[in-house]
Design a protein around this ligand. Structure first.
Ligand code: MLT
Length: 265
């Protein structure tokens, strides 16, 4: 991966193919390899997939994590890659970042894919869980995140039939620096309510995607979000959990291809 420094932080970035650009924004606790199959298979499009600050192979500064800083990094990244406009495809926390991009630099966004994500902010209970996980991570490192989240991230079918995917996600979490984990948890905890943005997304081609075994952001959440965006398409991915792009890679790539082709990006 080439390295690019944005806002003083070196980001590791995959930049593959030619054509209209799609910017992939991974979830937590993950990195761009969450999209490895779509990066490999989405021919006809320029696939840009960074590791967000604090995750994967990108720098992990001690501070400076917020939805606004992630979104600012992505805008500068597009500038550096000379990408004028892109479809933004965000999974879970990546979706929260996409909402922030829409707030901060809407003119650069040509379409939106919201995958295994939600528009609501954290409940008080969710915020307390973040605080607990922050304390556990500070005490025992990324292993605390494996213990708390790995059982939830993948669908039951994947856990039963694809041990290599379970092992990959475990490695991905363990490879995430503590500063990046804590920074992301703090950032997600105070993220704004993005529901007011949904009706105006109708100005763009929008696709909502959700694994039918996703228990973190379940299909009903995806259906409600899609219903709040006039004209949005909805795809439920069978036998996939919260990390659908790794669990049903070919189907997710097909669904994205169909959406991008239909939107004539
Ligand atoms: C993610 O996959 O990005 C996280 O599950 C999102 C969250 O914890 O809210």
């Amino acid at each position: 991966m080439p390295d690019l420094t944005v806002n003083g932080v070196r980001l590791a970035v995959e930049d593959v193919g030619e054509g209209p650009a799609i910017l992939f924004v991974h979830g937590f606790p993950a990195d761009a390899s969450l999209w490895q199959h779509q990066i490999a298979g989405l021919n006809g499009y320029r696939r840009v997939a960074p590791d967000l600050r604090g995750m994967g192979h990108s720098d992990a500064p001690a501070s400076g994590y917020s939805m606004a800083s992630y979104a600012a990094d992505l805008r500068v990244l597009l500038d550096k890659l000379v990408v004028d406009r892109a479809v933004l495809c965000g999974l879970s926390m990546g979706g929260y970042v996409v909402f922030e991009c829409r707030r901060l630099w809407p003119e650069r966004i040509s379409g939106v894919v919201l995958m295994d994500t939600r528009a609501e902010p954290d409940s008080e209970e969710a915020q307390r869980s973040r605080d607990t996980l922050i304390a556990e991570t500070r005490a025992s490192g990324a292993a605390a995140v494996v213990a708390a989240l790995l059982p939830k991230l993948l669908g039951a079918t994947t856990v039963e039939r694809q041990p290599e995917v379970v092992a990959q996600v475990r490695r991905m979490i363990l490879g995430t620096p503590v500063a990046g984990i804590v920074g992301a948890l703090e950032a997600m905890k105070v993220r704004p309510d993005s529901r007011p943005l949904l009706p105006d997304l109708a100005a763009l081609p929008v696709l909502v995607v959700c694994g039918d075994e996703d228990t973190v952001t379940p299909p009903d959440t995806a259906r409600a979000m899609a219903a709040a965006i006039p004209g949005a398409a909805l795809e439920i991915i069978p036998e996939a959990g919260h990390f659908a792009p790794l669990e049903r890679p070919d189907l997710v790539t097909t669904v994205l291809h169909r959406f991008l082709d239909a939107a004539k990006m």
